[in-house]
Design a protein around this ligand. Sequence first.
Ligand SMILES: [Zn+2]
Length: 444
Amino acid sequence: MKLYNSYTLKTEEFKPIEEGKVSMYVCGPTVYNHAHIGNARPIVVFDTLRRTFEALGYKVKFVSNFTDVDDKIINKALEEGVSEKEIAERYIKAYNEVRSSLNIIPVDVTPRVTETMKEIIDFIDVLVKNGSAYVVDGDVYFSVEADEKYGELSHQKLEDLNAGARVETNDQKRNPQDFALWKKTDKGIKWDSPWGEGRPGWHTECVVMIGKEFNHGLIDIHGGGKDLKFPHHENEMAQSECANGHHLANYWVHNGMLETKGGKMSKSLGNTQWAKDVIAQNGANLVRWFLLSGKYRDSLIYDDETFAAAKTELSKIETALKQAEVKAQIANAELGNEYDETKYQEFIDQMADDLNTPNAYMVIFDTLKLLNQALRVKEIDFKAVGKEYNAIEKMLEILGIFIDRTVLSDEDRQIYKNWNEAKANKDFETADKYRSQLIEKGIL
Ligand SMILES: [Zn+2]
């Protein structure tokens, strides 16, 4: 497996910390609203990365958090006159529904901030005590100057960052890049701490959860959207360096954004759709096929045109698979379990090349060509058909795409036979009648 490491800016051979195992953490959502279709991209990309590792024989532990404490959640709770817990529970449930409707392999652990509070407070305490963080009037800030390598993940120098920094009215911070680990609060949900009542800052939760779920707080892969690289991931990494004295992750994997032709997609711009609606309208298979149609690191344009193109591609595959199923059943033949190992290996090689899905798609279409050729001959060899058919099914499984098999009833078979007979007798009117029936039933 080769992965592009956004920390070294190089595509590297993947070397796991522990032989045969992959430890992976992906930043999860702040649960104050539904996930939009752009949020579905990392869900699908990292699930596909997991599936690829598993196809290569690795055992994967995948952890992704829920940020269930945040200003946005507190404000929404106040707005609706309900508890923060109620808001968080509602959108965690909605997020889990999006995951399962997208055929996601269940994430192994989904820690929540509210359930990690003791560990978060202990962690901040370590940073305060070793001088990497400081307390100002009930707030705790991380001192970026404590990490001499600060900026190394996003390849920026602290002095450049500060030169471009806005002068803030809040002059409690020693450096403009310092960030809150603990916030004193008089509004909404809060916890007791050595520094007074408050709640943790966003940047500190992931590093604590990684420490809790994985030994020594070092993982193979830390994932998330490109928009999280700075400052969120930079800040996670800095805390790890200062608290644990080592890196947080060996590989940083960032997915590109889903964009509209007009640019970035975001809730505030109002140019987005809820993931649940797009999935309900189009099905998981099409949404996954679309989201994986571009290289995961690049931006992907989401509009009617690109979505329609994905739909055409997927339906070509569905049509050929269905044809194979129907023809095999009519001939009382089996498609067996054998698969085209050469094609399958070509596909895996592309997926193992930093998840090169565009090239992997080309392998699927090559195999589809072979399937169609095998179906087009007069005396169909169903063993040959089955080999290509099964290879395609195995490839789609790694993309998390599962196409229902068509099972013919006795009635269906009869109509099909009648259709063939009418064609053989050159009775085209009758043949057309049966053909329409088969189309209506979705068999043709
Ligand atoms: Zn995070």
